[in-house]
Design a protein around this ligand. Structure first.
Ligand code: C2E
Ligand code: MG
Ligand code: MG
Ligand code: MG
Length: 291
């Protein structure tokens, strides 16, 4: 990615361009699941008010033995097409709930849920089982859902929302403002939080743009509906100050931490809570969170 600001070390498969390449990636994905090539990383989410870590978002990582890291932006859509997303999603959920059970009780974990998973009536049972076997309180799990889930049958999505809320988990609307945004969704869907997409945050602190006004409007709406707001993709100090001023309740982005291994997340929490964490102590060779 010629982004300039963030360093992207992901392999971008040019092979995705043709059908044969996609098939190869699909085959590789199946192998990846069988051979433990995937793990979960955690990116801190901080309170805008106190800058303390209040949670982490679980983000799947795939280390291809030959190509190196492949971006989820590239392989998740393929996994969704070929039916592998359910297996990946379940493993992420199990790894994330298990890791979160080792964190302080006021720290949550957020897990992304694909629209394919959301359309499967078995999802609530799967979530309940993961929580039970990890021993994690449901209120400590937040499921991130994108607007695309509303493209499916609305009676069915209403039932799913009710079933998930019935478990006691939290729901967040991810990447808000980028999809087929309809305010009608916010009328009935029981979201606890709206995540303001990073495309609105990027450059919002520069003069003359319209992003700040859009963030402001989203925050006003969310707050009036009793929902929290996370500003995603915050990279610089000016953006922290801006989204705080605009009233976002939470902040997530490289400025507070990139996605990190489970052991590093635990370290960051220890430092965050003012407990022992020797300065400069690195856990870069820490084991991955197996999934
Ligand atoms: P997302 O759920 O919106 O996750 C946030 C993405 O923004 C992550 O990219 C994260 O690394 C990136 N990010 C966070 N802070 C910054 C920042 O300050 N600057 C920039 N430039 N980027 C930032 P990642 O990990 O590559 O994931 C991309 C997308 O792939 C996710 O977007 C999500 O839609 C999907 N994804 C990742 N893990 C999973 C998973 O376990 N299940 C499902 N279904 N989707 C996943
Ligand atoms: Mg997300
Ligand atoms: Mg997002
Ligand atoms: Mg996204």
């Amino acid at each position: 990615k010629a982004d300039g600001r963030g360093v992207h070390r992901f392999y971008r498969p040019e092979m995705l361009a043709d059908a044969q390449g996609r098939k190869r990636l699909e085959d590789d994905l199946r192998i990846a699941l069988q051979h433990d090539q995937m793990h979960v990383c955690y990116q801190p989410v901080v309170s805008a008010e106190t800058a303390r870590i209040v949670g982490f978002e679980a983000l799947v990582r795939w280390e291809h033995p030959k190509r190196g890291p492949v971006s989820p932006a590239d392989f998740i859509p393929i996994a969704e097409e070929c039916g592998l997303i359910e297996a990946i999603g379940e493993r992420v959920l199990r790894a994330a709930t298990r890791d979160a059970a080792g964190w302080p009780e006021d720290v949550r974990v957020a897990v992304n849920v694909s629209p394919i998973q959301f359309a499967n009536p078995a999802l609530p049972v799967l979530v309940a089982n993961a929580l039970a076997s990890a021993g994690l309180a449901p209120s400590r799990l937040e499921l991130e859902i994108t607007e695309s889930v509303f493209l499916t049958d609305s009676a069915q999505s209403d039932r799913m929302f009710a079933a998930l809320k019935g478990l006691g988990v939290r729901l967040a609307l991810d990447d808000f403002g980028t999809g087929y945004s309809s305010l009608g969704y916010l009328r009935s869907a029981p979201f606890d939080k709206i995540k303001v997409d990073q495309s609105f945050v990027r450059g919002a602190a520069m003069p003359g743009g319209r992003n700040a006004a859009i963030i402001q409007a989203i925050v006003t709406l969310a707050t009036a509906l009793g929902m929290e707001t996370t500003a995603e993709g915050v990279e610089i100090q000016d953006e922290i100050e801006l989204v705080r001023r605009l009233g976002c309740s939470h902040i997530q982005g490289y400025v507070y931490g990139r996605p990190m291994l489970g052991a590093q997340a635990a370290e960051a929490l220890a430092a965050n809570q003012g407990r022992a964490s020797p300065v400069g102590h690195k856990v870069s060779r820490a084991p991955r969170s197996r999934m």
